[in-house]
Each structure stands twice: as structure tokens, then as C-alpha cells.
Design a protein around this ligand. Structure first.
Ligand code: C2E
Ligand code: CA
Ligand code: CA
Ligand code: CA
Length: 275
């Protein structure tokens, strides 16, 4: 009902009451978050499974609300997408992450999450190009993470946009792989350079034979397509041990490192150590 236009939205507002009002308040506060300096980025290392070397970082948006404290992106990103605020927010993350990575001595990659709304907004490939030029980051070091739901809206247009971005040299990762409706079809239709296997498959890889078989199949798919696979949300040593036994290129997760302010990883970004 939320997407049915303003009249319908108002109709439901009376019924839903508190929840809708809360979203409105959140949206109002989010509108000011950039100028008030309430946004920051937490960086989570992406680690090569066999060596333990850090090969890059994923940029994860953080919002510290003056009264509510930390608000999860799982809460405010949907609000931002619905209101269109994801456009300035997403641009802020992209620019901040590229600027940050351009300053690292170690030539590691940086992965930025991009929402469907951004992908389909006019001029998105141009924006990516402009931010790279402005920050001086080598396009090969930028990776854009897209979930499958971002792709169902207008497939032909999404393909064209992703191909333009790839033609600049930027890599494209399919996020949350396996959770969408047509993962395999998407893999064939879009120019992906990386597959990120969703945490839901990883977390039971050592206890559930189905999960293990699925993860093995995705790893096989990756090697057949010559597309590296990243395991998301690795929390336990058993999960990492499983991945080590297979051909999994890299992993991310609390076991390896929690998303943190980039200063926590100064030894890595300065190139002094790799893990
Ligand atoms: P995602 O892109 O799938 O990011 C992975 C999420 O899993 C992050 O949650 C990360 O903190 C969390 N995570 C990492 N390792 C582990 C682990 O071992 N165990 C568990 N349980 N979780 C782990 P976070 O930071 O709360 O972000 C949630 C989602 O919000 C992201 O999911 C992404 O879809 C979205 N998001 C975050 N930042 C941005 C952004 O800048 N732009 C857009 N469009 N979306 C963003
Ligand atoms: Ca992601
Ligand atoms: Ca993910
Ligand atoms: Ca996700």
C-alpha cells in the first residue's frame, strides 16, 4: 500500500498510526543527517580465504541519530529508498568511500552498496565516473554491490547501466546471492564480476548438508564462469574451515573482522601489514 500513491498512503496512515508516524519522523531526521554530520562509514575487511590477506573493504553506512543513537541501515535504508533520500545519501557514501580509498597506500579495493533507486536514477554511470575523476581513485579499485531485487525493475535498462559502469573499469558484485527469485537468470543477464553468497547459506554450511551442497555448487558456478565468489557473514571457525577446503576466493564476517571505523585498520590501509 505504501507504493500506491499519496492518497492511498494517507488512507493507511490513519490505520497504521504510530508506525507510519515513526517512519515520517525518521525520514525528516534523515533529511538533515548529511549536513549535521551524523553519517559515517564502517569498513569491513574482505579477506582472502587461503592466505588471510585483506584484499579490500566493504563500505557500510552508519547513522548516529542525536536522540535514538545508532540506527541500523536495515531500518533507514528502506526509508531512504522510499523517500528518494537514498540519492543524496548514496552519493555521499560513494564519494566518501572513494576519497577514503584513494588515500590508502595499499592499493586495496573498496566495495560500495548501491540501491535499485540509485541504479535506475538518470545519470548514475556519469555520477560514478565524476566521483572517480574527482577523487582520483583508480576505477579498478571500486566495486559496486547490487542485490538481485535491484535488477528486476527494468532489466534492459539495468543491463545498459551496469555495462556502462563496467566499461569505466568498475567491477560489479551480485550481493546476497541465492536469496533472489532468479539468481541464475540474473547471473547470465548481467555483467557481474563477483558473486557474494548470502550469509543464510554460510551459517549452516557445516551442519546442514543442503547448505553445504548449495555453497559448493555456487563455488563451482563461480569457477565455471570465471567469477570470484565471496562468502558473506562468516562467524564461526567451522564455516571458514569449510571454505578453505573448497575453492572460495574470499570471505567477510565477524570471525575475520567486524565493520569498524577505518582508523582501526590503519596498519592494513598503510600497507604495513596485510592481515
Ligand atoms: P549487506 O550489503 O548484505 O551487508 C552485510 C551486512 O551484514 C552488514 O550489516 C554487516 O555489518 C553484516 N555482517 C557482516 N559480517 C557479519 C557476520 O559475520 N554476521 C552477521 N550476523 N552479520 C554480519 P549492516 O551494516 O547492518 O547493513 C545491512 C544492510 O544495509 C546491508 O546488507 C545493505 O543492504 C544495506 N546498506 C548498508 N550500507 C549501505 C549503503 O551505503 N547503501 C545502501 N544502498 N545500502 C546499504
Ligand atoms: Ca553488501
Ligand atoms: Ca550481502
Ligand atoms: Ca543484505
Amino acid at each position: 500500500a505504501k507504493q500506491d500513491g499519496r492518497g492511498v498512503f494517507r488512507f493507511y496512515e490513519a490505520e497504521m498510526g504510530a508506525e507510519v508516524r515513526d517512519r515520517r519522523l525518521l525520514e525528516h531526521d534523515l533529511r538533515n543527517a548529511i549536513v549535521r554530520g551524523e553519517l559515517s562509514i564502517a569498513y569491513q575487511p574482505q579477506v582472502e580465504v587461503q592466505t588471510g590477506d585483506v584484499v579490500g573493504f566493504e563500505a557500510l553506512l552508519r547513522w548516529r541519530h542525536p536522540a535514538r543513537g545508532a540506527v541500523s541501515p536495515a531500518i533507514f535504508v528502506p526509508v531512504a529508498e522510499e523517500s528518494g533520500l537514498i540519492l543524496p545519501l548514496g552519493e555521499w557514501v560513494l564519494r566518501a568511500a572513494c576519497r577514503e580509498a584513494a588515500g590508502w597506500k595499499a592499493l586495496l579495493s573498496v566495495a560500495v552498496n548501491v540501491s535499485a533507486v540509485q541504479l535506475h536514477a538518470p545519470g548514475f554511470p556519469e555520477l560514478v565516473g565524476a566521483v572517480l575523476a574527482e577523487t582520483g581513485l583508480d576505477p579498478e579499485r571500486l566495486e559496486i554491490e547490487i542485490t538481485e531485487t535491484a535488477l528486476i525493475k527494468d532489466v534492459a535498462r539495468a543491463v545498459a547501466v551496469l555495462e556502462r559502469i563496467r566499461s569505466i573499469g568498475v567491477r560489479i558484485a551480485m550481493d546476497d546471492f541465492g536469496t533472489g527469485y532468479s539468481s541464475l537468470a540474473n547471473l547470465r543477464a548481467f555483467p557481474f564480476s563477483k558473486i557474494k553468497v548470502d550469509r543464510s547459506f554460510i551459517q549452516s554450511v557445516d551442519t546442514n548438508p543442503q547448505s553445504a551442497a548449495i555453497v559448493r555448487a555456487v563455488l563451482g558456478l563461480g569457477s565455471g564462469l570465471d567469477v570470484p565468489v565471496v562468502a558473506e557473514g562468516v562467524e564461526r571457525p567451522e564455516e571458514l574451515a569449510f571454505l578453505r577446503g573448497e575453492i572460495c576466493q574470499s570471505a567477510q564476517g565477524y570471525l575475520l573482522a567486524r565493520p569498524s571505523p577505518i582508523e582501526m585498520f590503519a596498519d592494513i590501509t598503510s600497507g604495513h601489514i596485510t592481515r
